[in-house]
Design a binder for this molecule. Structure first.
Ligand SMILES: Cc1cc2nc3c(=O)[nH]c(=O)nc-3n(C[C@H](O)[C@H](O)[C@H](O)COP(=O)(O)OP(=O)(O)OC[C@H]3O[C@@H](n4cnc5c(N)ncnc54)[C@H](O)[C@@H]3O)c2cc1C
Ligand code: SF4
Length: 509
């Protein structure tokens, strides 16, 4: 890998090496730009990953985040990762496309907001991402028969099979979901052999085979092959500007030392909490007052139940079955919709979710946990609207680097509550229809979005529809913080597609 001197002024510095930072870094490096990616976390070799949930915590972002609101979110591994590859190191690789209607929800319903461009405009980037990283899926996707996936789906685990039975029992369609993994060996240019998915179920602990399509085995090797440097263990805390207010560089801490690196253009890809935190801490790009605002999650209501046979939820690719039939349900008393996905889960993650979400305690909790091997789960990802109630601000508490810890406020509004109630009724009916017992509904949220939203007007948005700051023309944002609304789809595909789109805009700019 090429390395740049600390005295060099680089064309582009990217902060963060995940879904938002990596595709853009590759595109800009391919175009001949000098690109440095600064990543707070370490660089891992795939052979280091283990299915042991305790050891795997090294790929989670564990800096303390303070959490408030009526639906406070648990942070840690539940919400972001760290290391070269970002949260894609431990994501579940479920890769549905966003729903075209979610980009124009305001036009459709008078609620939420429209995105500043259409789904159709993003589609070529979505297809490019899928083709480059390798995505598996069914030959006939019921909700979009025009779609083609390059790889056949992995085998369905028992939870996926049970969800299919439950869908059939209540009369809704189901399919193998799109998954960001490869099911036959592939020689990824600049990376090497990615082995076919072994169906081991350890996606959230890091994929030893390289089968899971992340940034570390796709975009980042491409970036490095074209001259980018990925500098790990570098936590950026200061963004420097000149008298004209333009960015001149950053200061990061590495091994306890502060290092300055200068650049022509800066891209923030640190994720919805850290991008907002950096901007707030440095008092930048916030003439709209929207930095940190409109924090969003996905409504991720889960249901777990017990059946008589052993299913072992840790086995097999975790989330294979999908239904998109609830994207616009006829009996909805809410705007938008939700996806339902089958769920497998490792035991410690599962036990923590049950303890936190089911409110069971004492002997009741112990008895529930003893039923792990016979437990089946499914869950939703539901659209979430931007709300002035939900935000990231800087708290009075300082972290080990002396930076203010972020305080995140998260409360469901009436639309989210109505969607959660609708999903709770349906999921319960589905598991009851196949005889699952001792049902536990978990009221939970997942993923992080918003906090630096894109829009067409500088008064109400932080960045343009291409991710460029309205206030500082050489500052760009490429991560899930720019989402104007959550959409129902798991976010990684949209983030990567936006990242390529932002890179193209930077090259034209
Ligand atoms: C448990 C879990 C499962 C998930 N499963 C799925 C799934 O199945 N499908 C899906 O689509 N999505 C999934 N997601 C969500 C998805 O992984 C994220 O939305 C996406 O990866 C976020 O990409 P990003 O580039 O915006 O941020 P991140 O990937 O989080 O990247 C931020 C990077 O920036 C670094 N960083 C932060 N601050 C600094 C700083 N100050 N200086 C230097 N570096 C910094 C971090 O270390 C990190 O590597 C999951 C998320 C989690 C937590
Ligand atoms: S299930 Fe497949 S993609 Fe997931 S960690 Fe195992 S080999 Fe990798």
């Amino acid at each position: 890998m090429k390395t740049y001197a600390e005295t060099e002024i680089l064309d582009v510095i990217v902060i963060g090496s995940g879904a938002g930072g990596a595709p853009l870094a590759a595109r800009l490096a391919q175009a001949g730009k000098s690109v440095l990616v600064l990543e707070a976390g370490p660089s891992f070799s795939p052979s280091r990953y283990t299915s042991d949930e305790i050891e795997a915590r090294e790929i989670y972002w564990l800096h303390e985040r303070l959490s408030g609101g009526r639906n406070p979110q648990p942070f840690g591994g539940n919400n972001s990762g760290t290391g070269v590859g970002g949260s894609l190191l431990h994501y579940g690789a479920f890769l549905p496309r966003p729903h075209a209607g979610d980009f124009r929800l305001h036009t459709e319903t008078g609620r939420s907001v429209d995105w500043p461009f259409s789904y159709e405009e993003l589609l070529p980037y979505i297809e490019e991402v899928e083709a480059f990283i390798g995505v598996s899926g069914p030959s006939n996707y019921p909700w979009d028969p025009t779609r083609r996936y390059a790889y056949a789906p992995p085998p369905a685990n028992p939870a996926a099979m049970k969800m299919r039975e439950a869908c059939d029992a209540v009369g809704i369609r189901h399919a193998d979901g799109p998954t960001a993994l490869i099911t036959r060996d592939f020689n990824q240019p600049h990376f090497g052999t990615r082995k076919a998915c072994a169906n081991c179920g350890a996606c959230h602990q890091g994929c030893r085979n390289g089968a899971k399509s992340g940034a570390d085995n796709t975009w980042l090797p491409l970036a490095v092959a074209h001259g980018a440097e990925i500098r790990s263990g570098c936590h950026v805390h200061t963004i420097e500007t000149n008298q004209a207010g333009r960015v001149t560089g950053v200061v990061y801490t590495r091994n306890g030392e502060n290092v300055r690196q200068r650049c022509e253009r800066l891209v923030l890809s640190a994720g919805a909490v850290e991008t907002a935190r950096l901007l707030l801490h440095n008092e930048l790009a916030n003439s709209s007052g929207q930095v940190g605002e409109n924090y969003m999650t996905h409504i991720s209501t889960q249901i777990w139940g017990e059946i008589d046979e052993e299913v072992r939820p840790n086995r097999g690719y975790p989330s294979l079955t999908i239904t998109e039939d609830m994207m616009r349900p006829k009996d909805a008393d809410f705007a938008g919709g939700y996806l339902i996905q089958s769920l497998g889960m490792m035991p410690i993650t599962w036990a923590s979710n049950i303890a936190r979400g089911s409110k069971r305690r004492g002997a009741d909790l112990v008895r529930t946990l003893a039923g792990y091997n016979r437990s089946i789960g499914m869950g939703i990802h539901g659209d979430c609207m931007p709300s002035p109630e939900n935000r990231v601000v800087l708290s009075d508490e300082k972290d080990a680097l002396g930076l203010p810890k972020p305080l995140i406020t998260h409360s469901y509004g009436p639309n989210e509550l109505a969607m959660h109630a609708h999903a709770s009724r349906l999921l319960t009916r589905m598991w009851e229809a196949i005889g699952a017992k001792d049902l536990r509904l978990l009221d939970r949220a997942a993923h992080m979005m918003g906090t630096a939203r894109m829009g067409t007007e500088s008064g109400s948005a932080v960045v343009t529809p291409y991710g460029q700051s309205f206030d500082i023309d050489n500052l760009w944002i490429s991560d899930h913080s720019t989402f104007p609304s959550a959409t129902a789809a798991n976010p990684a595909l949209t983030i990567m597609a936006l990242s390529l789109r932002t890179a193209d805009a930077m090259l034209k700019n």
